[in-house]
Design a protein. Structure first.
Length: 114
């Protein structure tokens, strides 16, 4: 069993920045893919940024050049640096861990005012 605890969400004006963190309860980042997803009420959860166990990253087109996913395996934590935030980035953001089993964090709200 793995617990994922997210932090760093909040409210910011358009053009501002936030850093989301996701701490895993076990040291398995080096053998697991992880990602940040977003979800709106009654909508499907969609990927924002993804990092493989080998360290390769992928981003949704809407955030390329603005968001950066990274990880610190010593701290069992992944991050999402969000720059130049737009109103349309407003959503609940979830981190996920994907291996033999999949785990999700509880979600953190990001609100960007225009």
């Amino acid at each position: 069993q793995v617990q994922l605890v997210e932090s760093g969400g909040g409210s910011v004006q358009a053009g501002g920045s936030l850093i989301l963190s996701c701490a895993a309860s076990r040291s398995i980042l080096s053998i697991s893919d992880m990602g940040w997803y977003r979800q709106r009420p009654n909508k499907q959860r969609v990927v924002v940024a993804y990092i493989t166990s080998g360290g390769r990253t992928n981003y949704a087109d809407s955030v390329k050049g603005r968001f950066t996913i990274s990880r610190d395996t010593a701290k069992n934590t992944i991050y999402l640096q969000m720059n130049n935030l737009k109103h349309e980035d407003t959503d609940v953001y979830y981190c996920g861990l994907f291996g033999r089993e999949n785990y999700w964090g509880q979600g953190t709200q990001v609100t960007v005012s225009s």
